[in-house]
Ligand binder design. Sequence first.
Ligand SMILES: NC(=O)c1ccc[n+]([C@@H]2O[C@H](COP(=O)([O-])OP(=O)(O)OC[C@H]3O[C@@H](n4cnc5c(N)ncnc54)[C@H](OP(=O)(O)O)[C@@H]3O)[C@@H](O)[C@H]2O)c1
Length: 412
Amino acid sequence: MGVADDDTFRVGLLGYGTVGAAFADLLPRHADRIQRITGLRPELSGVLTRSRGSFDEILESSDLIVELIGGLEPARDYLLRAMHAGRHIVTANKQLLSHHGEELWETARVQGVQLRFEGAVAGVIPVIRVLQESLAGANVDRVHGIVNGTTNFILTEMARTGATFAQALADAQRLGYAEADPSDDVSGRDAAAKMAIIARLAFDTPVHIDQVSYEGVELIQPDDLEYARDLGLGLKLIGTAERVGDSGLSVRVYPAFLYPGHPLTAVNGPFNAVTVQSEAITEITMSGPGAGGPQTATAVLGDVISAMIPPASTPPATETLDIVSDVMSSFYLHLEVADEPGVLAQVAHVLAQQHVSVKSVVQKGIDDQARLVMVVHPVLESQFALAMDQIGALGVMRAPPRAIRVIEEEFG
Ligand SMILES: NC(=O)c1ccc[n+]([C@@H]2O[C@H](COP(=O)([O-])OP(=O)(O)OC[C@H]3O[C@@H](n4cnc5c(N)ncnc54)[C@H](OP(=O)(O)O)[C@@H]3O)[C@@H](O)[C@H]2O)c1
């Protein structure tokens, strides 16, 4: 293989569907930045679909092949041929890797090319990189994952609205979170493919999808979710890969209740998350969007950049952004005040003067003191600090006011 004579790095794209089209859109928009990082300018050298392009021509004119066709064949054949021709590969194909991973990884090793597949598991969440690189020195004991966004969305909707499985699935399809044929997702088979890949990397042992046992969410009843809510539990479709004894490994996918303190309990909607456990690291959880064209294409592009040239240094900054110190924040405000009439009015007056608006307030009397606890809407921090100074100076205060910022964002 040879990189083109000029500074161009030629990327051949197989598949132009949800992810492929998003990737083709993303690549030129990031070409300048990638050139600064790698010294090479990536350029799309050809696109293959069922009705467009020729694989042989694309192979001939590419330094790297991005495979976004999906399925087993012809994707497997194309990737083997490309690697034998010395091309690096980036793919998001979990089915292919969970069936033929060993053959493909072996070919990449023998041919001395890179085979990268971040987009194959948990969309844009960098699970593969973290397992292969960051945690290469950790002896992983267990991995739990919510690795299918469709079923997580369905279970979240069932818990939130009391909907049946069929109703929640119809919502998922309407919103684009489920395919017209959702059987791989709801049966747990899609999650099983991803867990096979995760287990292969975390435990360094071959795992074929047929070795992963899986149950789906089709039989979950609204009652189950009601029970979970009453107990503060979350019901999730969990993928687990864990060491068993000295030489065993279990890889499975199943619906499970989780206690509120578990990091995966709070992962809702179409989001994915993976928790890695090991004695050395205790527990690390990564979460984020698990699918979607632009999201997965971002993971694919990250792999392309990694395959081009590892950055030798941090490129010079091209932006000079102002560093802002005064930002908008929500606050929790805790006031110990004299229990006498008009106190709340005095506090409210100060807040209004500084344009601080109250979202919720709770008042409780304790002997001759009262406690006022409130949450305020986002306000410029400097303005809130002025309000705090003025409240602190009120004669009715029995202790200095206390404030803690509130992050109102929720994901999923
Ligand atoms: N969609 C997601 O959110 C997501 C997330 C993570 C990973 N992935 C993975 O990314 C890959 C692509 O998924 P996608 O959702 O983008 O699929 P898609 O929308 O179905 O697109 C598939 C593309 O591949 C082409 N193709 C299919 N069979 C072909 C063949 N025999 N020869 C040449 N081209 C062929 C199709 O061409 P035509 O247009 O001619 O049919 C189409 O352009 C899959 O491996 C999938 O598992 C997807």
